[in-house]
Design a protein around this ligand. Structure first.
Ligand code: UD1
Length: 418
């Protein structure tokens, strides 16, 4: 077990380079199972979710080799359609493998996926979509069993624009017979990136980024080299950190348009933000004004994955804020921890009511999930005094070299083995 020890109060200055997006890399790794060609993914982030996904690929018989920060995957000898339960429990994204494994073997067996404990996180839309493509599904003893004679394209209407369901159906449909159309598809940038990757290996996918994705089945796929998009959530986390601690930080290797909802809110707070190509520079030297409300929405709305970090910021702004979480039921688990640091927050149903305090005070707090954990680190960096953030394995799921990047900006943070 590891923890962070943080001495708060340092302003942040300098530049930070953003990693490839976790939520783009994971479905792309799953997609590598679809082809016998060699796939090289560039600049893969050193995070445990990726390491676990690579372990699952190895269990399926794929060869996955790290070459520095790149991963080379050769799935030509893949021979297993079962995803081991221990790994599926570690990683929510293991569920994406259903689409690619069923496409490859016409059989798939996977334990119900794990991941962050932020709500019910059902997979009914994934399964309904796969059924529409001709997959027979049975659920038994915590496992999902899928089989089909062949996959046939179809029209699929999603009840809500689920990111994972959209991606899973895209993966299953790439080699299906005929055309698949997904309506009410999720519009997140990572879906568009998956489309780009799939087309690089020879698929015919269009429309990603809009509410309708069209997939024309093909028979053959090949290899490719691919650079995934930058991580908008990591970028947003550093921007919020700079706003909370004060200073001047240049966040580099970003697609600013992918986090325009956050930039809009930070400007409303009073931060000075300059955008120049793939760089965003945030400057702040004073206590910020509160934003009245933040409401999480599917893209292009405010991302649920930045909700905890944004709430931490609101806690030390001047005035009141209301943060509404519309996507996941229990995504305020970090709030009692923020209260230990002096925050004045009350959660009622899906709303957090925040009364801004002057400063956080150092405390020992526990990370319960990935983004909530990152929010606690930001709070500790902005706090007066010493904090400990326990259970940081949650943070390691999504932030590569987090403390190293923060130290480069002048933060006083060390990782300690307990
Ligand atoms: C993905 C992201 C996650 C992000 C989330 C929302 C990855 C690896 N993870 O998660 O970081 O927080 O999008 O942007 O990309 N739902 C159902 N039935 C389903 C599937 C989803 O009801 O079968 C509901 C969920 O309970 C939730 C909403 O749809 O309320 C959105 O979930 P979804 O978009 O599927 O999130 P994930 O793909 O799990």
């Amino acid at each position: 077990m590891e923890k962070y020890i943080i001495n708060g109060g340092n302003k942040l200055y300098g530049s930070v380079k953003i990693q490839s997006a976790k939520n783009a890399v994971l479905p792309i790794l799953a997609a590598a199972v679809l082809t016998d060609g060699k796939v090289k993914i560039l600049n893969v982030p050193p995070i445990s979710d990726v390491k676990n996904m690579v372990k699952i690929l190895s269990c399926l018989g794929c060869e996955a080799v790290y070459e520095g920060q790149n991963i080379l995957i050769d799935s030509s000898k893949a021979d297993c359609f079962e995803i081991p339960s221990a790994l599926a429990h570690e990683l929510r994204s293991s569920v994406f493998l259903l689409g690619s494994v069923i496409s490859r073997f016409h059989m798939a067996k996977i334990a119900y996926p794990g991941g962050c404990d932020i709500g019910l996180r059902p997979v009914d839309l994934h399964l309904t979509g796969l059924k529409r493509l001709g997959v027979q599904i049975t659920e038994k003893n915590g496992y999902i069993l899928c089989k089909c004679d062949k996959l046939c394209g179809n029209e699929i209407m999603l009840d809500c624009p689920s990111v994972g369901a959209t991606e899973n159906i895209m993966l299953a449909a790439v080699k299906a017979e005929g055309v698949t159309v997904i309506r009410n598809a999720a519009r997140e940038p990572e879906i568009e990136d998956l489309q780009k990757f799939l087309n690089c290996i020879g698929a015919k996918v269009s429309g990603a980024g809009s509410g309708t994705v069209r997939i024309e089945g093909v028979n053959e796929l090949h290899g490719c080299q691919y650079q995934p998009i930058p991580d908008r959530i990591e970028a947003g986390t550093f921007l919020i950190g700079a706003a909370m601690c004060g200073g001047e930080v240049s966040v580099e290797n970003v697609c600013p348009e992918n986090i325009s909802s956050l930039i809009h809110k930070l400007r409303e707070n009073g931060c000075k933000i300059h955008i120049n190509g793939d760089k965003i520079v945030l400057e702040n030297h004073r206590r910020l004004a509160s934003v009245k409300s933040i409401e999480t929405q599917p893209y292009p709305g405010f991302p649920t994955d930045l909700q905890a970090q944004a709430t931490a910021l609101c806690c030390i702004c001047n005035g009141h804020s209301i943060i509404t979480e519309n996507l996941f039921e229990t995504r305020f688990k970090y709030v009692p921890e923020l209260r230990k640091m002096g925050a004045d927050v009350t959660v009622i149903d899906r709303n957090a009511f925040v009364r801004g305090v002057e400063k956080f005070k150092g405390a020992t707090v526990v990370a319960h999930d990935l983004r909530g954990g990152a929010a606690l680190v930001l709070a500790a960096l902005a706090a007066e005094g010493r904090s400990e953030v326990l259970d940081i394995s949650h943070i390691d799921r999504g932030y590569g070299s987090f403390e190293y990047k923060l130290r480069n900006l002048g933060a006083d943070i060390v990782r300690v083995t307990v």
